[in-house]
Design a binder for this molecule. Structure first.
Ligand code: DOR
Ligand code: ZN
Ligand code: ZN
Length: 388
């Protein structure tokens, strides 16, 4: 049937939908940043539940991160991971396109060339997060930036300074800490220092640098400056930094704990501005499921990360209704820009959204194995109803 598209055209798709609501076809989303948990933590997520969650959210392509157990740091672990993923996706009877990141370690840059054709890019943790991937020393980071540039591989970075996080942590005793202390330990200075260092290395070696989950105003300023100097740098923002702030700790507790942490309202405003003026290139959900049991430990024993792949599109469509973002911008950030940055082959996947459908996020309706959302009970207008 003929369906209206996001840019006021019409497309003939091989589907029938009821003649109610306000259906609009958008290019299906690409989520360039997910942590499905295969191998090693499948109590949180696997590629059966992950595929169902992605498709329910209008996402038909994901890039999966390498901080698994064991971490994905060489050719063989990439091949093994793909085999398990393929088996699991097959069990769903559905299709999900996926690409994998290779994790950087202090000395595995000699493996990059061998892995090049199997991966979407290299992921570098400049500060420790979930898992054991960490490259702290400048000289090791130099090798990674240099090798990625030589091989024309995108280098995605989790940019938080380990040195600053450690120094901040030592100021607190564990039992004096509330969850909101997470934003003090993983301070804005930690992000700013790491982004400054990553930008200077990208400039030095001419690396294609992709900065994951930019969360502060100062990072935006640094990236704006670097872009104006011609550095090849791309900026990703995560939905939790667009739709939540430090004020949500009181309501969410450890369900609002992630790395980098929640920031202030003025940071949130700066991120939205950076979307409008084109400094932000992509939205990646950083879908990082942990079970409610794991999350119910008291801070700082609780793990960092929130699920997000199923709620991204409803949150963005709701923001569209609030006048914060256009449908064209949504499509650029969640599809077209990602295709360009990572040189993806085009696809003909669509998501049909009902722009008028209003409903609450409800944990019981979620497909993610972790079964919860930081947006639970939030009413949103505009929901995906089908992927094609
Ligand atoms: O909050 C986070 N969770 N940040 C990360 O960098 C990793 C992720 C995870 O894998 O749980
Ligand atoms: Zn990260
Ligand atoms: Zn992540």
């Amino acid at each position: 049937m003929l369906i209206k598209t996001w840019n006021n055209q019409e497309i003939d798709l091989p589907i029938e939908i009821a003649n109610t609501g306000d259906p609009v076809a958008l290019p299906a989303l690409i989520d360039p940043h997910v942590h499905f948990r295969t191998p090693g933590a499948e109590q949180k997520e696997n590629w059966i539940t992950g595929t169902e969650a992605a498709l329910a959210g209008g996402v038909t392509t994901v890039f999966d991160m390498p901080n698994n157990n064991p971490a994905v740091i060489d050719y063989q672990s990439i091949i093994n991971k793909k085999q398990i993923i393929n088996e699991q996706i097959k069990l769903t009877g559905k299709q999900l396109n996926y690409y994998l990141y290779l994790g950087a370690t202090p000395n595995n840059y000699t493996e990059f060339a061998k892995c090049k054709n199997e991966i979407i890019g290299v992921k570098l943790f400049m500060g420790a997060s979930t898992g054991d991937l960490l490259v702290e020393k400048l000289e090791d980071q130099e090798n990674i930036f240099k090798t990625c540039a030589e091989l024309d591989l995108v280098l995605a970075v989790h940019a938080e300074s380990e040195e600053i996080i450690k120094a901040n942590s030592s100021q607190f005793t564990a039992n004096s800490l509330k969850t909101s202390g997470h934003s003090k330990i993983r301070s804005r200075e930690a992000a700013v220092k790491a982004v400054t260092q990553a930008l200077s290395l990208a400039k030095k070696y001419n690396t294609k640098l992709y900065i994951c989950h930019v969360s502060t105003k100062e990072e935006i300023e640094l990236i704006t400056q670097a872009k104006s100097e011609g550095v090849t740098v791309y900026a990703e923002v995560a939905p939790h930094h667009l739709f939540l702030t430090e004020n949500d700790y009181e309501r969410l507790g450890t369900l609002g704990q992630m790395n980098p942490p929640l920031r202030t309202i003025s940071d949130q405003i700066a991120l939205w501005q950076a979307i409008t003026n084109g400094i932000i290139d992509t939205i990646g959900t950083d879908h990082a499921p942990h079970t409610l049991e794991e999350k119910s430990k008291t801070y700082p024993n609780s793990p960092s990360g929130v699920p997000g792949i199923e709620t991204l599109l409803p949150l963005l469509l709701n923001a569209y209704h609030e006048g914060k973002i256009s449908l064209q911008k949504i499509v650029e950030l969640t599809k077209f820009n990602i295709e360009k940055i990572f040189n993806l082959p085009p696809n003909n996947d669509w998501v049909i959204a009902d722009l008028n459908l209003e409903k609450k996020v409800e944990n019981k309706n979620l497909k993610t194995k972790c079964g919860w959302s930081p947006y639970s009970e939030t009413k949103l207008k505009g929901w995906p109803i089908m992927t094609v």
